[in-house]
Design a protein around this ligand. Structure first.
Ligand code: IPD
Ligand code: CA
Ligand code: CA
Ligand code: CA
Length: 263
């Protein structure tokens, strides 16, 4: 697997930030933590990892724009490229000592995602994808799962945070999906959920209220692993609607139909 120069830059940034997360994970009780909103935490570890990713990417491509979870948007002069950065996806897991978290970096060119990296330092799992070049876990090429019946499928999801306001609808969706599938998983890191779909570990995934930094890299991984994605309306406006439904062709479309059931 030959990686392009830009993917190497992204890998280096993600792995360096991941090492910082791993160090902080060992001393999680000493970290400063603050609340951004109900149930929504940010720690020194998130910020340190974001500073590392920013410095690495900025050094390699000084003109590109950024959209980062903790620092927001930074406009670059190039006008064509934008980095989407989630320095620590799975902060709640991280702060509870659950080793399911990672760094997610995507690169957009003229609004299209062209490269993505997700790194889980606790498992030393590095997911990479480039548009047209396939998706990989470390050096292994990925392919979405082959199961086509929803009744055989294990589906990942995300439960809305306290205060996110749509628990009622979510419970009805969950009930409908539970009734038609072999199992549900709530892993706690949306970027990794999508990486797991790409790796064929989860047959499908859906969630609401996600941001471009949560899903940018994962979208490309799923596509490059032969999977399908849409928002909950069946369109491709995942960033605008903030909703996402993923799987192989059969599971994605069946899951979408279940989610569209009258709630
Ligand atoms: C969160 C995780 C979680 C999802 C939340 C996200 P964060 O990201 O991806 O799985 O359910 O909606 O905000 O805040 O840990 O980067
Ligand atoms: Ca967060
Ligand atoms: Ca996130
Ligand atoms: Ca985050």
């Amino acid at each position: 697997m030959a990686r392009s120069a830009i993917l190497n830059v992204m890998v280096q940034a993600a792995v360096k930030a991941g090492r910082s997360l791993a160090r902080d994970f060992g001393e999680v009780q000493n970290l400063q933590v603050s609340l951004k909103g109900p149930g929504d935490y940010v720690s020194q570890a998130d910020k340190r990892a974001e500073d590392i990713v920013y410095a690495e990417l900025r050094r390699a491509r000084p003109d590109y724009s950024f959209l980062m979870e903790e620092s927001g948007a930074i406009e670059g002069s190039d006008g064509q490229h934008r980095w989407l950065v989630d320095p620590l996806d799975g902060t709640t897991n991280f702060l509870h000592g659950i080793p399911v978290f990672g760094v997610s970096i995507a690169l957009e060119r003229q609004g299209q995602i062209v490269a993505g990296v997700i790194y889980n330092p606790a498992m030393d799992e590095l997911y990479t994808a480039e548009r047209g070049g396939g998706a990989f876990l470390n050096d292994r090429r990925l392919r979405v799962a082959a199961r086509t019946k929803l009744s055989d499928a294990v589906i990942g999801t995300g439960v809305p945070h306290l205060g996110r306001g749509h628990h009622g609808n979510y419970l009805l969706e969950l009930r409908n999906v539970m009734g038609e599938t072999a199992g549900i998983r709530r892993m706690g890191a949306a970027a990794l959920d999508l990486a797991y779909v790409a790796a064929g570990r989860l047959d499908g995934f859906w969630e609401d209220a996600l941001h471009p930094w949560d899903i940018g890299a994962g979208i490309l991984l799923v596509r490059e692993a032969g999977g399908f994605l849409s928002d909950k309306n069946g369109g491709q406006d995942m960033f605008e609607t903030k909703s996402i439904v993923a799987g192989n062709e059969a599971i994605q479309s069946a899951l979408l139909q279940v989610l569209k059931k009258p709630v």
